[in-house]
Design a protein around this ligand. Structure first.
Ligand code: MG
Length: 160
């Protein structure tokens, strides 16, 4: 019998001018980027939390403490790879992932497919199994004021 497990993740990072923006594993052209200990890739962090959550393995802060020197400025894709190793060690594979980015700016549509192409091999799936969506919050709240970006991620894992 196929065993399935679901996980969700949520992350927020503050925006600051003249920092590079990394989102969904790729570099985004924008006048602001994320304040973070790592590269601040809020989408990848939400995905990591969803993967860990699906297996009840705690959260990203437990596995990759943000005061640890080894993770300073780290490419978040390395953290995602480590989370997928934990998934694989337990005999699970990713079924699909669905992510929603809450950002007022920049317009993310032109970047979405490149994010999916970047994330799919890291997750061991094809791009059909990686959904990335973006929405504004109609200028409401911290995302609407462009103070930060939030991402929700949901994953389904299975074991045959
Ligand atoms: Mg984070």
């Amino acid at each position: 019998m196929r065993q399935i497990r679901i996980g969700n993740g949520y992350d927020v990072h503050a925006l600051r001018e003249e920092l590079p923006m990394w989102l969904g594993g790729i570099r985004i052209e924008h006048n602001k980027g994320f304040v973070a200990h790592s590269d601040g890739d809020v989408l990848v962090h939400a995905l990591c939390d969803a993967l860990l959550g699906a297996l009840s393995l705690g959260d990203i802060g437990l596995h990759f403490p943000d005061n640890a020197q080894e993770f300073k400025g780290i490419d978040s894709k390395i953290l995602l790879r480590k989370c997928m190793e934990l998934v694989g060690e337990r005999g699970y594979r990713l079924g699909n992932a669905d992510c929603t980015i809450l950002a007022q700016a920049p317009k993310l549509r032109p970047y979405i497919d490149r994010m999916r192409e970047t994330l799919a091999p890291l997750l061991g799936v094809t791009i059909d199994d990686v959904s990335v969506k973006a929405t504004t919050t109609e200028r409401l709240g911290f995302t609407g004021r462009e103070e930060g970006v939030a991402v929700y991620a949901t994953v389904l894992l299975y074991r045959e």
